[in-house]
Ligand binder design. Structure first.
Ligand SMILES: NC(=O)c1ccc[n+]([C@@H]2O[C@H](COP(=O)([O-])OP(=O)(O)OC[C@H]3O[C@@H](n4cnc5c(N)ncnc54)[C@H](O)[C@@H]3O)[C@@H](O)[C@H]2O)c1
Length: 248
């Protein structure tokens, strides 16, 4: 193997760990001998998924957390630090397109204010809260903050989702500057369609296919590793070339 990623003894705090890419990342970090704090609002999902990993002998800690609330994130990060002794990586997967999740319109005149608020709270506010809660701990050993953007952020797709995802890129740059003197890197990963649900297959890409979740998770693991020690303050588009399509 040319590229060996060593996460033994490292601690990852992962939001949205109950499903999709957040769950897969939790599994892969745990299999790589990291300790993983699995945060999600879906109590049944994270408890069940964490139990399966614990049964296999991996070190995971499920924490019920509504990332829209700073006090929930602070408590979760404090508990992860208390349990595992350090925080190396924060990876904010929790998020999503509110139009789909809450079943609302994309039309600015019609969309409910609650839908806009949900999107802003989960997609943008939460990763900023995460950085605020974890920064002091990450300063002790250095670390990496990963934010999940979206190709939609670059395109200006939906009234609240897209601006939040693009806003994360701006926050990533801010955090890179704030973190650099302390050995903390900050990166944004912006997926195009990813097959966390079958519907994503119909979203166009230049290559003609949607990415598999593992492609995103492996890229994120690389970005967290020492091999990416010179990468900070930037966006990783993993979008099958959707950004250079003329007719989306
Ligand atoms: N799947 C894609 O095609 C795609 C494309 C671009 C960007 N993204 C981004 O990648 C990230 C992960 O996507 P996915 O498809 O794997 O997600 P997913 O929908 O499978 O999982 C999201 C998880 O976040 C959790 N969550 C929702 N609200 C929460 C809250 N308030 N507090 C805590 N947890 C909460 C959910 O319970 C769920 O387990 C998201 O931020 C998404 O916007 C995904």
């Amino acid at each position: 193997m040319i590229l060996e990623l060593d996460f033994k003894g490292k601690v990852a705090v992962i939001t949205g760990a109950g499903s999709g890419m957040g769950l897969l990342a939790s599994q892969k970090f745990a299999e790589s001998e990291a300790h993983v704090a699995m945060l999600d609002i879906n109590e049944d999902a994270i408890k069940a998924e964490a139990a399966k990993l614990t049964e296999k002998g991996y070190s995971v800690l499920p924490i019920v957390c509504d990332v829209r609330k700073y006090e929930d994130i602070k408590k979760a990060v404090d508990l992860a630090k208390e349990t595992f002794g350090r925080i190396d990586y924060t990876i904010s997967f929790a998020g999503g397109y509110a139009g789909r999740i809450l079943g609302d319109s994309n039309n600015i005149e019609e969309v409910r204010v609650e839908t806009l608020d949900w999107s802003i709270d989960v997609n943008l506010r939460a990763p900023i809260y995460m950085a605020k809660a974890a920064f002091g701990y990450m300063k002790e050993n250095g670390g990496v903050a990963v934010h999940l953007g979206s190709i939609t952020g670059h395109e200006g797709g939906a009234p609240a989702y897209a601006p939040c995802k693009y806003g994360l890129l701006s926050f990533t740059k801010y955090l890179a500057r704030q973190g650099a003197p302390h050995g903390i890197r900050s990166v944004c990963v912006s997926p195009g369609p990813v097959m966390t649900r079958p519907g994503m297959a119909s979203m166009k890409t230049l290559l003609g296919y949607a990415a598999e979740p593992i492609e995103l998770v492996e890229a994120i693991m690389y970005l967290c590793s020492g091999h990416a020690r010179s990468i900070t303050g930037c966006d990783y588009l993993i979008d099958g070339g959707r950004n250079v399509l003329f007719n989306k």
